[in-house]
Structures are given as C-alpha cells and as structure tokens.
Design a protein around this ligand. Structure first.
Ligand code: AHG
Ligand code: MN
Ligand code: MN
Length: 347
C-alpha cells in the first residue's frame, strides 16, 4: 500500500482525535519547505560535477548560501501560515517574531535549517532538524520562554536528510515514522513505519565520534573511547566505526543500524574551559525525542537530554545518543570511572 505523508497524518488524526488540524498543516508546510531545500541541495551537487569538469565548484560560500536559502525557505513557508506564534533558528541571537501582517497560531518552531552545512562542498549528506512546542506565554506574540522549553515538552520533532534520497523522519510522541521523497511525483511516501533501533548485535553496531578531538577531551572521555576502541575482555562489544560530521546523517545511520553517537564537551576552544558543540534546542532535544520514541535514549552523560531546562537560545550540550543499552553503558562507565579517577587516595 502506498501511503503519502498527508494520508498518514490524516490517519494518525483519526487515531488521536485530540490532534488539531493546525498541527497537520504545520507538518505539511515543513514537508513543503523540505522539498524546496532538497531541490537546491541537489543543484549544489550538480555544480560539484560541473566543477570536476573545470566549470564551477561549490565553495564554503556556496554552503553558507545554501544555509541561508534553507533558513529563508522554512521562514517563508511557515511565517504566513497562521500556525506559529514565534520561531528560532540555530545561531540567531534572538527569537523571530511573526510579522504583524500575518496571523499567529498556537505552536512554536525551533529549527536547524541546514545541519552539516560544511559537508556540502564535499557532497556528503546534510539535513534539517525541527522541534515543535506549544505556546506557553499568554497573548498572540510568543517570546523566549516559548522557545526555551525542555525537550520532554515537544509535541513533535523530526529531521530531513538530503542524501541519495531525501527522507523525512518524525515523531509526534507515538512512534517514529520515516518517509522517502519520490522524486518523480514529489510526494513523501511512508517507507519506514514504526522505526526502532535494532536489537544490539555483536560486532554489527556503530560507534560514531570525532576522534580528531581526542587531545582536547577530559581524562574520563579518553578512558571511555580507549576502552571501546581497544577491547580487552573476551565478551566486550566490538563496534563498526563511522563518522561523517553531519549529525543528521550520523544519527540516521545509527537509528537504522543501532549503536552510539558521541559528541562530548572538550577543551578545543579554551584549554581552561570545557565547551560543548551541539545545540540543545535544535540538535540534541529533537533527536532525543526521536531516539526515545524509537526505543533509544539521549543523555548529556549524566542527565536525560529531554529533562534539561534550557536557559539560553544558543545553549550547547554534550550529547550521547543511540541505542538505549549503549547510552546506559556509557553513563555507567562514566559514573564508575569518575569514582576511581577522581577519588583521593586514603591516608
Ligand atoms: P551545523 O552544520 O548545523 O553547524 O552543525 C554541525 C554539527 C553537526 O552536524 C555535527 O555533528 C558536528 O557539527 C560535527 O562537528 P565536527 O566537525 O567538530 O566533528
Ligand atoms: Mn546543526
Ligand atoms: Mn546548521
């Protein structure tokens, strides 16, 4: 049976009649923006081919242009819709209010327009991530408080991966569904119903971390990665190692194959201060909801990502995300080793 995204959402609404028609519209507008971005990303890849023929090649500037295009496309598709009271996108200093000429609505949208943008010039998959909350504030115009809600309060979260095919994966809190864009008819077709991290398989799951950051990690992280990469015990899990540097692509692969993605805090920027890289609002939180709905988990290392109360828009967080067993193994390792690494010798 061929089920399009719109068909699927209407069916879901029948199952959960409390879902409003506005919510359906919101998802469809996001899907429409995603199709336009997918088309532009594809054009960037063809430039790459032309580049090989000595005509033009995508540069860093092109990837920034594409980031701007993606951002503007999502804003243009959503702002006039009457569905949102406020928006925020990655790196913006302030929330984005709805222009007074447009009606407002009950939802709040946080998004990462182009994730992994630096990978455009080398033709590696990129993505977009979105996170939807209900308005908390009173009045028509939303504010910072609406955007700064813990992940647990999301009513919907999803991502689009622009790759060999374009896929949209979302959860509205009752399972994870994946759709593949049919390039001929321009419709998202349900190809991955009820997505779940696969059972842990010995030697088959994935471990993803940027090991180039090794010199900048704290001792505990180094100890954990050393232990994973140099197994000593007979029954220790052996992973396949994969890392692209596009969070959406790394997460998507691990969702399909099982395993762990890790982006710990490090001393790269400042040797005296631990900094995290990934954004809580538009990277960690939405993927955490998807992970949980797919039977997985996301953690800062010591706390469930979905329980973190954001205090600022551009807040960063360490992220450990993937199959539940693997994330919990990481958390236990850190807890147990913190005791031995930092406990003072008895006198
Ligand atoms: P963005 O392109 O939205 O700024 O995000 C880039 C992020 C994320 O996609 C990825 O996981 C991470 O940066 C990769 O960072 P490193 O290159 O430091 O590994
Ligand atoms: Mn990103
Ligand atoms: Mn981005």
């Amino acid at each position: 049976m061929l089920v399009t995204l719109s068909r699927h959402i209407i069916d879901q609404q029948r199952k959960f009649p409390q879902t409003s028609g506005k919510f359906i519209e919101l998802l469809l507008q996001i899907a429409m923006a995603a199709k336009m971005v997918a088309y532009e990303v594809r054009k960037a890849s063809i430039l790459d081919v032309l580049g090989a023929l000595g005509k033009a090649t995508p540069t860093l500037e092109d990837s920034q242009k594409l980031d701007t295009f993606a951002r503007q496309t999502f804003v243009k598709a959503l702002e006039p819709s009457g569905l949102l009271c406020v928006m925020w996108y990655e790196e913006a200093e302030n929330v984005i209010h709805i222009s007074p000429q447009f009606p407002t609505g009950p939802y709040v949208l946080n998004f990462d327009p182009l994730d992994g943008a630096s990978n455009i010039d080398v033709n590696v998959s990129v993505g977009s991530i979105f996170s939807i909350h209900r308005q908390l504030s009173k009045g028509e115009k939303g504010n910072d408080k609406d955007c700064l809600q813990p992940g647990r309060k999301q009513v919907c979260a999803g991502y689009i991966i622009y790759s060999t095919s374009t896929m949209l994966v979302y959860t509205a809190g009752s399972g994870v569904y994946g759709f593949t864009l049919h390039p001929g008819i321009g419709e998202f077709i349900l190809t991955h119903p009820e997505m779940k991290f696969p059972q842990v398989k010995k030697n088959r799951n994935i471990f993803s971390v940027n090991v180039g950051n090794y010199p900048y990690w704290e001792a505990l992280t180094k100890r954990y990665v050393d232990a994973v990469m140099h197994p000593t015990a007979k029954n220790q899990k052996i992973y396949k190692y994969r890392y692209t540097g596009s969070l959406v692509a790394d997460f998507h692969r691990n969702l399909l194959q099982g395993g762990l993605f890790l982006y710990p805090a490090d001393y790269k920027k400042d040797p005296k201060k631990l900094d995290a890289k990934l954004h809580l609002l538009v990277e960690a939180s939405p993927l955490a909801l998807i992970a949980e709905q797919a039977g997985g988990k996301a953690s800062t290392g010591s706390e469930n990502i979905l329980d973190v109360q954001p205090v600022s828009l551009n807040q960063r967080t360490p992220l450990v995300i993937g199959s539940k067993e693997d994330v919990e193994h990481y958390e236990n390792f850190i807890r147990e080793n913190a005791r031995t690494l930092f406990s003072f010798p008895k006198e």
